[in-house]
Design a protein around this ligand. Sequence first.
Ligand code: CUA
Length: 180
Amino acid sequence: MAIFPPAERVWWKEPVERSEVIWVTLALVWALIMFFMMPYWHFAGEQNLSNEAYKITPDAYAEKVEAEVEKYTVREEGDTGIPVVRPPAGGDAYQLGRLWEWYPIIELVKGQSYRFHLSSLDWQHGWSLLPENINIQVHPGYEMVFTVTPNRVGEYAVVCNEFCGIGHHTMVGKIYVVEK
Ligand code: CUA
């Protein structure tokens, strides 16, 4: 009970209990294993993205997206007519986040590499690619860029995983990967 002072006032000169030494050693070894797993997974696990970030104004980014939409739209989808954009293989793909959508839909070809760009026009959003579980924070004022080479054909969902207001749960986008 901590109501009373310890019987031995000078307790810090007591020898350390053997079981305590064992526990401290185990905790330290485990902490070191966890620590070195981080660089290990980066190189051996192919899990962490190597992305770049550049400063850009929301207006300038919106212009890039609009230029892409104008040039590479192949069709439109849904009631709102959201454009499906097919950037050239080896080229740049631009998608933006804003309250509350990911725009436009991007169509990529399997086995081709693209420079994928992301930014936000207003708020902080979370770009989460499902079912791949790739997550990128998307901020206004910053352009995130990474190289992607899709290896599976299909329809991928982009959901926002950063709470961004009343329409957050409706902020869903799409990426298609096609055979050719
Ligand atoms: Cu955008 Cu939540």
